[in-house]
Write a protein that binds this ligand. Sequence first.
Ligand code: ASP
Length: 311
Amino acid sequence: MHLGTQKNDLLGLDGVDPDTLTALLDAAEARVPMAEGVEPAPATLAGRLVANFFFEDSTRTRCSFAAAAQRLGANVVNLAGEGSSMSKGETLADTARNIAAMGVDTIVMRHAASGAALLVARAVDIPVINAGDGRHEHPTQGLLDILTLRRRLGSIRGRTIGIVGDIANSRVARSALFGLTTLGAKVILVGPPTLVGAAFTRIGAGPAMVRVEHDLDAVLPELDAVMMLRIQLERAAGGAIAADYRQLYGLSPDRMERLPAHALVMHPGPLNRGIEIDSAVADHTSRSVILAQVAMGVAVRMAVLEWALRG
Ligand code: ASP
C-alpha cells in the first residue's frame, strides 16, 4: 500500500486514504470477539507462515502479532537481532531475503532505525508489516488507538485528541497523528518545546488539524481523549527531560479532573508510573482504556495480517 511497493505492505499510516483506514478498522471491529476468544476465529491463514522479526524490545506488539496469527491458523517463526547472523555482519536486507527464501508469507518487523521496514519491504517480494521503526511510524498501534477511540467515543470526525510527551521521538504519535487527522479528528500535541517543535503542525493534515501546545493544564478541558507517552530514553531523549517533567506534564488525578467527564485516558505502554502517568489515573476503571487498547491490538493485527496476505 505504501511508498511504491506493489504488494500489501503496511509501513505507515501517512498517506493511507480514509476509505482504506475505515476498511481496516471495520475488519478489525469484526474480529474483536475472536481476538477476545469469545467466538472461534475462522482459519483464514491456515498453512501460512508469519515471520516475527523483532530487533528491538517489545511486549504487546510481538505477542499480539503472534496471537493474531495463531488465532487465524497461521504459524509464527521468530527472529530477534540478538542471536541472528547480523552479529556476523549480515545486512538487514540479506537477512530478510534469507528468511523470505524459507517460504515465509509475510514479515512483521520492528527495528530501532527509522526506515528499516521500507528497506526490508524493498528487499523481499512478500508483504512487510512495520511493527515500529525508530521514531518513524507504528501503524498497527495507530490503528488500535483509533479503533479504541471509535468504539468508546462512537466517532472520530470532529473529536479532539491530545497526545502528550515525547512527540519528537515517538512513532506512536506520528502514526496516531496521520490516522486521526485523515479521519477528521483534530490533534493537539503537548509537551516541552524540546520534545514538541512547532514544525509538527506542518506534517499530516497541517495546521487546520494539528496544534502544538506547551501548557497541558490549559489544553485538558478541550480533549475527548488524552494519550500519554513515555519519554523515549533509548532514543537519546534523556537530556531533554527536566527534573520537573512530572509536575508539568504528568497526568495526575488532579489533572484528570480537568478533562471533560466523557474524556478517555490512553497510553501505548510500557507505562512509567509516577512519571508521565500516575497509577490512580492509569488504573482508573472508567477513564483509562489502556488495557482495552491492548485488546484491540490483537483484533487490528488479525485484520492487518489478513489484508496483507489475502488482500
Ligand atoms: N510501545 C510503543 C512503541 O514501541 C511505545 C513506547 O515504547 O513508548 O513505540
